[in-house]
Design a protein around this ligand. Structure first.
Ligand SMILES: [Zn+2]
Length: 222
C-alpha cells in the first residue's frame, strides 16, 4: 500500500468514527418512545405533559372532575372543572351555528386504560396496541383534560370527514383546546394523527400553540 492510499484510509476511518460519534444518539422513529420514562411531578398543572415519555402515577385521579351536561356528551362523561366548562361553551356555541360537537370519551382512569390497552394487545399484539392506544399511565385521558369528540356523522373515527372538523380546526383554541395529535407531527407526539382528540390547555397557551402550529411538546420545548 502506498503512503498516499494509507493516508486516505486513515481519513476515511477518522471520518466514520466522527460520524458515528455525532449520530449515535439520534433517535429513529419509535425508538425514543417508552424509553427513559419520567413520572409526572405536577399532574394537576393545566399544561401538564403526559405522553410516551411522561407518565402519571397509577393512583392519580384529578381533584375536580365534574360531569359534562348530557346536552354535550354521549353519556356520563367527566372532565376537570375548567376543561368541562370550556367544552360546554364550545359545544353550545358550535350548536348555535348548526354544528354538533359531542364528547365521546373524556376522563379515563389508570385501570380503565390498562384494560383498554390489554384488550388491544390480546386482540392483535403489542405493536398494534402501541399504534392505536396508550399504555396505562401514558394516556392524556387520565389527566381529565382530554376529550374525544364526534360530529354530526356520529363516528369519532370519521370526525375528519364531519362538517364540524373544519370548525374545530379554526375555533377550538378560542376555548382553550388544541388538536393534540396533528398530522405530520407523529415523531414529536408519538401518536398517530387523531382529528378527534382535543386537549384543554387554557386559552392563552392554546392561542400560542395554534398560531405557531405547534404541539404541546414543542410549546414546552421538549
Ligand atoms: Zn383521545
Amino acid at each position: 500500500m502506498s503512503e498516499e492510499t494509507f493516508k486516505k484510509c486513515v481519513y476515511v476511518v477518522l471520518f466514520l468514527l466522527i460520524a458515528i460519534f455525532f449520530t449515535k444518539d439520534i433517535p429513529f422513529f419509535g425508538s425514543k418512545f417508552y424509553r427513559d420514562v419520567t413520572e409526572v411531578e405536577n399532574p394537576k398543572d393545566l399544561i401538564v405533559l403526559v405522553n410516551k415519555n411522561y407518565k402519571l402515577k397509577e393512583d392519580y385521579i384529578p381533584p375536580d372532575l365534574e360531569q359534562i351536561s348530557l346536552n354535550y356528551a354521549t353519556d356520563e362523561k367527566y372532565m376537570r372543572k375548567d376543561a368541562k366548562e370550556a367544552f360546554e361553551r364550545l359545544s353550545e356555541d358550535a350548536r348555535q351555528m348548526g354544528y354538533q360537537i359531542v364528547a365521546t370519551s373524556t376522563y379515563r382512569s389508570y385501570e380503565y386504560q390498562e384494560k383498554l390497552y390489554d384488550y388491544y394487545v390480546q386482540m392483535k399484539g403489542k405493536d398494534y396496541a402501541d399504534s392505536c392506544s396508550a399504555r396505562p399511565g401514558h394516556s392524556e385521558h387520565q389527566t381529565g383534560l382530554a376529550v374525544d369528540v364526534m360530529g354530526s356523522n356520529q363516528d369519532y373515527d370519521l370526525f375528519e370527514e364531519a362538517n364540524e372538523f373544519e370548525w374545530m380546526k379554526n375555533n377550538a383554541h378560542k376555548y382553550g383546546f388544541i388538536l393534540r395529535y396533528p398530522s405530520g407531527k407523529e415523531q414529536i407526539t408519538g401518536f398517530k394523527y387523531e382529528p378527534w382528540h382535543y386537549r384543554y390547555v387554557g386559552k392563552e397557551v392554546a392561542k400560542i400553540i395554534y398560531e405557531n402550529n405547534w404541539t404541546l411538546e414543542e410549546y414546552k420545548n421538549l
